[in-house]
Design a protein around this ligand. Structure first.
Ligand code: A2P
Length: 315
């Protein structure tokens, strides 16, 4: 399995298990199956509200001798309601306690959006903070402190565009080591990828399969990445599944990828994509796919009551 390498030489396995929307009652088993089948990278977040159960899966695997803590690469994310400097460390400590760990390999600012303390999902104007109330640079200073303390070995961001990356890089000190954003052939994020490469920022692709479990009434007209005819032909050619082609596409770009599954067969299938090598022709066809679509469109943070705009999130 390919790894991404941080500047200090630490390595992150390029394929990890995603846990967004992994249901309580299923995610402990999913994490255990994943580790058992060879995953060493787990992607978590406080807002997924399942970190305790993820932690139980990790603990079971460690207790049974399947893996040692130091062989795992565990990521989590700071939620929007803990962006004030003094709230950053307690938020990480809660995540560590839920996961049953004493350090994270990577901690990310989940979104460049800030809610007041205790607000799970801000709806009314008074539940948001603005950038004047809590500048992102303040949150980034809190993150840098966690790295100094060794509570997070690496720190980064998620859903940051180039302008926001520049803003936190401008304060000096540790730059973001990772930017995790939505990425797949319908949203290759070429300019952002180039910017991150030029600045030595690693990247992770979320919703690599097009987030099919986000499909609901208001998303019923969204394209279905897993039904794409171009990708289907490439999959057939290699005797692989469409999901595997999507994962291999990210691996070919040296971008970490975190497909979510709680199904044992698909958990294994997704890891096996590490062996699928796409050729230049496949990559050109995927480059030319002709559909552009963002599945996680950010509108839930930018409604009429919000002080934030879509341009705060995306390129
Ligand atoms: P399940 O958990 O039942 O496997 P994304 O990572 O883009 O958010 O996609 C996650 C969704 O895709 C989940 O609904 C998951 O369902 C499903 N899924 C995961 N792996 C595959 C696969 N290899 N093929 C098809 N669907 C998959």
């Amino acid at each position: 399995m390919k790894n991404l390498t941080f500047e200090n030489g630490d390595r992150m396995p390029i394929i990890g298990l995603g846990t967004w929307k992994s249901e309580p009652g299923q995610v402990k088993q999913a994490v255990y199956w994943a580790i058992e089948s060879g995953y060493r990278h787990l992607d978590c977040a406080a807002v997924y509200q399942n970190e305790k159960e993820v932690g139980e899966g990790i603990a079971q695997a460690i207790n049974e001798g399947l893996v040692k803590r130091e062989e795992l690469f565990v990521t989590s994310k700071l939620w929007n309601n803990s962006h004030k400097y003094e709230d950053v460390k307690p938020a990480l400590e809660k995540t560590l306690s839920d996961l049953g760990l004493d350090y994270l390999d990577l901690y990310l600012i989940h979104w460049p959006i800030s809610f007041k303390r205790g607000i799970g999902f801000a709806k009314t104007r008074d539940e948001f903070y603005t950038y004047l109330d809590v500048p992102l640079t303040q949150t980034w200073e809190g993150m840098q402190h966690l790295k100094t303390l060794g509570l997070a070995k690496h720190i980064g961001v998620s859903n940051f565009n180039q302008a926001k990356l520049r803003e936190v890089m401008n304060i000096g000190g540790q730059k973001p080591e990772m930017n995790q954003v939505e990425m797949h052939p319908y949203l290759p994020q070429k300019a952002l990828v180039q910017f991150c490469r030029e600045n030595g920022i690693l990247m992770t692709a979320y919703s690599p399969l097009g987030s099919p479990d986000s499909r609901n009434e208001s998303h019923k007209n969204d394209p279905v990445l897993l039904n794409d005819p171009v990708i289907e032909l490439i999959a057939k050619k290699h005797g692989a599944s469409i999901g595997q082609v999507l994962i291999a596409w990210s691996v070919a770009r040296d971008i970490a990828v975190i497909p979510k599954s709680t199904n044992q067969a698909r958990i294994k299938e997704n890891l096996a994509a590490a062996k699928l090598k796409l050729d230049q022709n496949d990559l050109m066809e995927l480059d030319d796919i002709g559909v552009e679509f963002r599945f996680i469109n950010g509108k839930f943070f930018t409604g009429p009551e919000s002080p934030y705009k879509l341009s705060d999130l995306f390129e």
